[in-house]
Design a protein around this ligand. Sequence first.
Ligand SMILES: [Zn+2]
Ligand SMILES: [Zn+2]
Length: 280
Amino acid sequence: MLFDTHCHLQFSAYKDDADEVYKKCANRGMLLNIVGSQRDTSVRAIEYAEKYPNAYATIGLHPIHLISAEVDEEEIQFKSREEEFDYNTYKKLAEHDKVIAIGECGLELYHLPEGMNAEEAIRIQSVAFVEQYKLAQEMNLPMVIHVRDAHRQMIDLIKTLPGIRGVVHCYTGNWDFAQEYLSLGLYLGFTGVITFPPKKTDPKSQTDLLEAVEKCPMERILIETDAPYLAPQAYRGERCEPWMVEEVAKKIAEIKGLSVDETITQSTENARRLFTRLKP
Ligand SMILES: [Zn+2]
Ligand SMILES: [Zn+2]
């Protein structure tokens, strides 16, 4: 059973056809984890999880919504809306039985508001991350962790948080950082980025990423799309949809010398081990 462990089907990119996109996924017998990025998208993730039998929700506050900034994700541009993490609001959401994780939350130095330095951003984001860690611990849920240009700071912070469970989603780092996350008990989520050709300006980053895929033990790998972003190479330029996660499985299978079926079975088994609230 194919499982897109990280998508945003509740985002406005699907405002006209979320039902059809879900149907395409359900016809393939897929599972979906619909991930919130702030309060309204977390509430909507739960609404979708109620409406769609094979969909689950993750609720939390993304670091780009802590500080308002101009954001440009592929062709989608928006101004992030600032929000403070309110523990009780999110705790109420987390009590829903289709909520399987807390997130996405984490550290992000890629989208920095003008005039803010990295230390200040990391300080603000760390406070919100630790709050969400506390909520995850209280609710006995894993975390969906977002990291962009801040692996060192993220690993150092996670080391101070005992018992943390979760996945570092859309992992695009190298094997060195990957090993540190793995030694902290975390899973790595890979997206369509692993199917991209190397960047002309920075071919090494893709080689490093593929090395991480190759060396990461199969039982710690999750697959995801991060749809509507990051359509795999076969669909580059299109809006990404959760069923495209099969391309990620294909690439992992190729790198690891496994069949696509084995890759899908193993990664879904991993996801079920991590997301303990998922119904069998
Ligand atoms: Zn993310
Ligand atoms: Zn995401």
